[in-house]
Design a protein. Structure first.
Length: 51
């Protein structure tokens, strides 16, 4: 995982997930978690991008 990916994951978690996996269920989960709370969205984005 690059530094740019980490920064995008922190600032815009759904965008980071979208760039990794496209528009699908992982993106929707990330969007929902980010809307519920910023921290869960960041954690999920970092998790998806670390795979």
């Amino acid at each position: 995982m690059s530094l740019v990916t980490i920064i995008i994951s922190i600032l815009l978690p759904p965008l980071a997930v979208f760039l990794k996996s496209g528009l699908g269920t992982q993106f929707l989960i990330s969007l929902l978690l980010t809307l519920i709370g910023w921290l869960p969205g960041i954690i999920y984005a970092l998790y998806v991008n670390s795979k």
